[in-house]
Design a protein around this ligand. Structure first.
Ligand code: GLN
Length: 451
């Protein structure tokens, strides 16, 4: 049924870069056979899923939304892919995304934009716009995204779906193409909080193949999603998440969510986190710096695209020609920014300062989590904007992640859950919930209460 739905609507939505009809049907049949044989199956066995095209899939193309990986077939599965397969999840295909996960609208995909199913002329968020759109268009009940600065939560917010960035280190990064390694985190996307929890539980947990994977039990996310009791919970509202630039309808729905939590017995505490105002600036030095190092591996020799290799050119020339043709403008912009920020003579002024700001943000969170159990905010300052509106204005695009970036810089867990439609445009609004590292279960408790 989901493959039929994809067939019927994906020409318009363009959530998928690759649909694996054969593989999906084979996986579903395997689950059926196991069920018929009386084998005990997990809760997600046989459930279809849309996988962001940043996770390697053995034998299935993985482009990361870039021309530079066009035609590359990975020889191995990411740990997330392996865990999904082991749980009997049926992978329907690979979803569209901003090239190398750099963007907030999916317009930076080398394969064309994805439409927001609520209004196809608007963006579905990014970089995981394909995964979020697949959920909102009922092409898949579950999806996987990655969140470096908001790419799970912001698409969830603007498509009326649920998205979770687990604690940094909570879900393995092995086989997840690296953008900014100290920030990147894979996580679940779904239409309900409980579905997200079941998926979270399936993909999370220690992986010896990822050196930053946390070797501790996965927080009890499914129990929390079933519980939803917020009585006595201390909920922080940060004054820096608000003010100029926030759409009236977004603020209205956020305030209603605050009132709802109060009615349900939560204690609302006002907080100030002064360093949050610097988060966006710090992020746009740290993420490009790490990307400039990570993307050095795309040299035209090892993977995918190779341009100009006619036997007369040097390896350096082939690398330069391949990168020129294979990387899009935003990726080039970030590689240049990052290379500059890491250069000797500039390192202390830019990268070094950004790292100090990162520490200040972490301290703001630590101080806050001494007083509250979770922090809430709007996920995004505005609802989905029209495709093209911010395409030529990187600064306007970067502002879409104003509220989501601090949690990445500190490594906390965070969720976006729908909290109604903005009255002025009828588009979905997301409530962001942030919890300390390894307290991901609190997200699900609060998410279940407000959903
Ligand atoms: N929009 C942010 C960026 O462009 C975040 C991307 C992400 O989380 N992958 O970097």
């Amino acid at each position: 049924a989901h493959l039929d739905r994809i067939g019927a609507v994906d020409e318009k939505v363009h959530a998928f870069l690759h649909v694996d009809t054969e593989g999906a049907l084979a996986a579903a049949k395997t689950v059926d056979a196991k069920r018929a044989a009386g084998e005990k199956l997990g809760p997600l066995a046989g459930v279809p899923l849309a996988l962001k095209d940043i996770f390697t899939t053995k034998g299935i193309p993985t482009t990361v939304g870039s021309k530079i990986l066009e035609g590359w077939i990975p020889p191995y599965d990411a740990t997330v892919t392996t865990r999904l397969k082991e749980a009997g999840v049926v992978i329907l295909g690979k979803t569209n995304m901003d090239e190398f996960a750099m963007g907030s609208s999916t317009e930076n995909s080398a394969y064309g934009p994805t439409g927001n199913p609520w209004d196809l002329t608007r963006i579905p968020g990014g970089s995981g716009g394909g995964s979020a759109a697949a959920l909102a268009a009922f092409q898949a009940p579950l999806a996987i995204g990655t969140d470096t600065g908001g790419s799970i939560r912001q698409p969830a917010a603007v498509t009326g779906t649920v998205g979770v960035k687990p604690t940094y280190g909570g879900v393995s990064r092995y086989g997840m193409v690296a953008f900014s390694s100290s920030l990147d985190q894979g996580g679940p996307c779904a239409r309900t909080v409980l579905d997200a929890a079941l998926l979270h539980q399936t993909i999370a947990g220690y992986d010896p193949l990822d050196s930053t994977s946390i070797n501790a039990p996965v927080p009890p996310v499914v129990e929390a999603a079933r519980n939803g009791n917020v009585k006595g919970l201390r909920v922080g509202v940060v004054k820096e998440f608000g003010g100029e630039g926030y759409q009236a309808g977004v603020v209205q729905r956020f305030n209603e969510a605050v009132e709802l939590l109060r009615e349900l017995g939560a204690e609302i505490v006002e907080l100030s986190c002064p360093s949050f105002d610097l988060a966006l600036a710090a992020y746009y030095l740290i993420a490009p710096s790490e990307c400039s190092s990570n993307l050095a591996r795309f040299d035209g020799l090892r993977y995918g695209l190779r341009v100009g290799d006619n036997g007369t050119r040097s390896a350096e020339e082939v690398t330069a020609l391949t990168r020129e043709a294979g990387f899009g403008p935003e990726v080039k912009r970030r590689i240049m920014l990052g290379t500059y920020a890491l250069s000797s003579g500039y390192y202390d002024a830019y990268y070094g300062s950004a790292q100090k700001v990162r520490t200040l943000i972490t301290r703001d969170f630590e101080r806050s989590f001494g007083q509250v159990d979770v922090i809430i905010s709007p996920t995004t300052p505005t609802t989905a904007f029209p495709i093209g509106e911010r395409a030529d204005d990187p600064m306007a695009m970067y502002l879409a992640d104003l509220c989501t970036i601090p949690a990445n810089l500190a490594g906390n867990s965070a969720m976006s859950v729908p909290c109604g439609l903005a009255p002025e445009d009828g588009l979905p609004v997301g409530l962001q919930i942030i919890a300390p590292a390894m307290a991901d279960d609190r997200l699900y408790r609060v998410g279940a209460a407000v959903e």
